[in-house]
Design a protein around this ligand. Structure first.
Ligand SMILES: NC(=O)c1ccc[n+]([C@@H]2O[C@H](COP(=O)([O-])OP(=O)(O)OC[C@H]3O[C@@H](n4cnc5c(N)ncnc54)[C@H](O)[C@@H]3O)[C@@H](O)[C@H]2O)c1
Length: 259
């Protein structure tokens, strides 16, 4: 099972501040597999709490505030993590926001906001970390797309959100082609419904229950996903077990396309 371990690898996970979120679960899974983890988020208290939790479980972690839409903020967060933990081997572009309004009520400013975080933010993080990965001839880039990016929408979110998650697929696959010769892989995970704060913020007060019930009634696995379901896929993609996997968009959705 050594091929699935991440001993002494350094990971930078964005959007890891949310307690119930996917980024936090990825950071914790990586730490359990032996990685040293930098948790980055707008939410500074959230990343400090996440890093504390990893350390309390015997792992190594540091929490840094970062706004993925701001190259200076990302550069400074990357420098802090590398000073504390060492050169970054694994980048998880997980930070994301949802936009839920119908297209006729959505502005260009809404579009720009969603693209700035979900697409441009990932690119900014990549640009900050890539020179070191290229110099060392190895690296793992993992993106969070969505079922919405593959079929124009999913369980929640609007066309703007779907467009951003489809753009993530294009970037992920383009980068896989370009960076494969440098020992760097680029893969994405396309989750179905995962009950996190993002879902709770995607609609009215009962949205989580509505989406949970719809999922339990429709997807073949008959349940909503958990952040750990995504973390386990992200662990595989970061590990040596996935060294011949690149440009892949891994569905983790309980069979949602077969409902
Ligand atoms: N939850 C789902 O059902 C689902 C499904 C498909 C894809 N995804 C994707 O998975 C990723 C994680 O989602 P989640 O459900 O854990 O969401 P979440 O809201 O729990 O966590 C997202 C985190 O991103 C952070 N963030 C937002 N803007 C940021 C910025 N500018 N800079 C740095 N951090 C920022 C937030 O503070 C938050 O901690 C997102 O990219 C989301 O689109 C989620």
């Amino acid at each position: 099972m050594d091929a699935f371990r991440l001993d002494d690898r350094v990971a930078f996970v964005t959007g890891a501040g949310s307690e119930r979120g996917i980024g936090r679960a990825i950071a914790e899974a990586y730490a359990r597999a032996g990685a040293l983890v930098g948790l980055a988020d707008l939410d500074e208290a959230g990343v400090q709490a996440g890093a504390d939790a990893v350390r309390a479980a015997g792992g190594s972690a540091t929490g840094v505030r970062a706004d993925v839409t701001d190259p200076e903020s990302v550069a400074s967060a990357v420098a802090d993590v590398e000073r504390e933990l060492g050169p970054i081997d694994i980048l998880v572009n997980n930070a994301g926001i949802v936009h839920g309004a119908p297209i006729q009520e959505s502005s260009l400013a809404d579009f720009d906001r969603v693209m700035a975080v979900n697409v441009r933010g990932g690119l900014i993080c990549l640009q900050a970390i890539l020179p070191g990965m290229m110099a060392r001839g190895r690296g793992r880039i993992i993106w969070l797309s969505s079922v919405a990016g593959k079929q124009g929408g999913g369980f929640f979110g609007s066309s703007h959100y779907a467009a951003s998650k489809a753009a993530v697929i294009g970037l992920c696959q383009g980068i896989a082609r370009e960076l494969g010769p440098y020992g760097i892989t680029s893969n994405a995970i396309a989750p179905g419904l995962i009950l996190t704060g993002l879902v709770a913020r995607s609609g009215g007060p009962d949205i989580e229950n509505q989406l949970r019930e719809r999922t339990e009634a429709s997807v073949p696995v008959r349940r909503a996903g958990t952040p750990e379901d995504i973390a386990h896929a992200a662990l595989f993609l970061a590990s040596d077990a996935a060294s011949y996997v690149t440009g892949e968009i891994l569905d983790v959705n309980g069979g949602a396309y077969f409902d």
